[in-house]
Design a binder for this molecule. Structure first.
Ligand SMILES: [Zn+2]
Length: 370
């Protein structure tokens, strides 16, 4: 499965997708309230099948206006709630068994401004060229078709983001295509760092532009403006959209830089080894800078890029020692502290740059990514 994302043009009727989302938000609220009532009466939640049957009844009786909404999309709303409860119950089961799973809450009613996506599974739309016709709205919308999709379309998702732009997501099946880059027989280990974003085992250093830091003043003033506004007022929504726009611009710049960097790496090397990261722990230790560097996002992009061009990505386990051992003889330098940038191995007398030494070790202990 591969998902392609397309942006809708700014067009006067795009607001109708927003209105459709707001209508579906009504369904979402109704179904969740229904589940709560059901639970109060029978001390359990209604099954997905029951809810679907109930929706059919509702359309005939109290909610005739739901008939205009595409039925598969309404089912998707019910299914998302259903999956939410399933996950919640799995979590409770795991907890009872004495495991310590990641906490999952009960499905909550979303506020209207956070209800932002709808999914078509098979019917209800038609795509021709760069236009999608939504049958229930009897309207067509034009999107920016910057590339072709391949394979057959399985689901179509329309999303409104916090900025107020609309996107189309096409999930396609059977679109595996690997392009090949010429092999270079180079291999490199890469060490993530706070000072230098990436240090490669052959000594190349890559410094992050730290886009968030660059726009820090802009972010701060946008945040202040938002906090001055009254919650859910018109001004509040405007300020929130502005803040979202600033954040989105930063994220876009960073992603662009990541893709270019990853492409440079896969062009140069056949095998790249990186360390698997304990991001939560790093965030606690270093704070905002880790989020700005976004190692995790870069790892994923690099993984995707390697798969696309048929290169190998190796991963060094989280508990693998990579900093302290000497890359020449394997001597463990227990005295090494965070501030030591350079050190000399007492055993074999080789001189090391801390990051390059780590990068070499990462390449040595790396195993194929599963
Ligand atoms: Zn040594």
């Amino acid at each position: 499965m591969k998902t392609e994302k397309y942006e809708f043009y700014h067009q006067s009727n795009i607001i109708q997708i927003g209105n459709l989302l707001d209508d579906l938000h009504g369904v979402h609220v109704h179904l969740l309230l229904l589940q709560r009532r059901y639970y109060r009466m029978y001390s359990k939640y209604a099954a997905f099948g029951r809810i679907c049957a109930h929706i059919t009844k509702l359309k005939q009786r109290t909610k005739p206006h739901w008939k205009h909404l595409p039925s598969q999309v309404i089912q998707q709303v019910a299914q998302r709630i259903h999956l939410g409860y399933e996950k919640f119950f799995d979590y409770l089961d795991d907890k009872k068994k004495g495991l310590s799973p990641r906490k999952v809450g009960k499905p909550q009613i979303k506020p209207k401004h956070k209800y932002n996506s709808l999914t078509f599974t098979q019917a209800g739309y038609e795509i021709e060229g760069n236009r999608i016709h939504i049958k229930c709205l009897k309207k067509s919308f034009t999107f920016w078709k910057h590339r072709e999709w391949t394979g057959t379309i399985k689901t179509v998702t329309l999303k409104r983001d916090t900025v107020g732009d609309y996107h189309l997501y096409l999930s396609c099946e059977g679109s595996e295509s690997t392009e090949k880059l010429s092999l270079t027989s180079n291999a490199a280990g890469a060490d993530f760092g706070m000072k230098t974003f990436l240090t490669l085992s052959d000594g190349i250093e890559i410094v992050s532009p730290e886009f968030f830091k660059q726009s820090l003043n802009e972010i701060r003033s946008a945040n202040k403006a938002l906090s001055r506004k009254q919650y859910l007022s018109n001004g509040w929504f405007r300020a929130k959209r502005h803040l979202a726009r600033v954040n989105k611009d930063i994220a876009n710049k960073r992603r662009d830089w990541f893709f270019k960097l990853a492409l440079r790496l896969v062009r140069r090397y056949d095998t790249i080894a990186i360390e698997s990261l304990n991001l939560e722990g790093m965030k606690r230790l270093w704070g905002r800078k880790v989020s700005d560097l976004a190692f995790g996002e870069f790892s994923l992009i690099l993984q995707w890029m390697c798969a696309k061009y048929g290169k190998t990505l190796l991963k060094a386990g989280r508990w693998e020692a990579t900093t302290k051992p000497c890359s020449e003889c394997g001597y463990h330098n227990e005295k090494l502290t965070l501030s030591d940038r350079h050190w000399t191995c007492p055993d074999c007398d080789s001189h090391h740059d801390r990051d390059i030494n780590a990068a070499i070790n990462i390449l040595r202990v790396g195993v194929p990514w599963t």
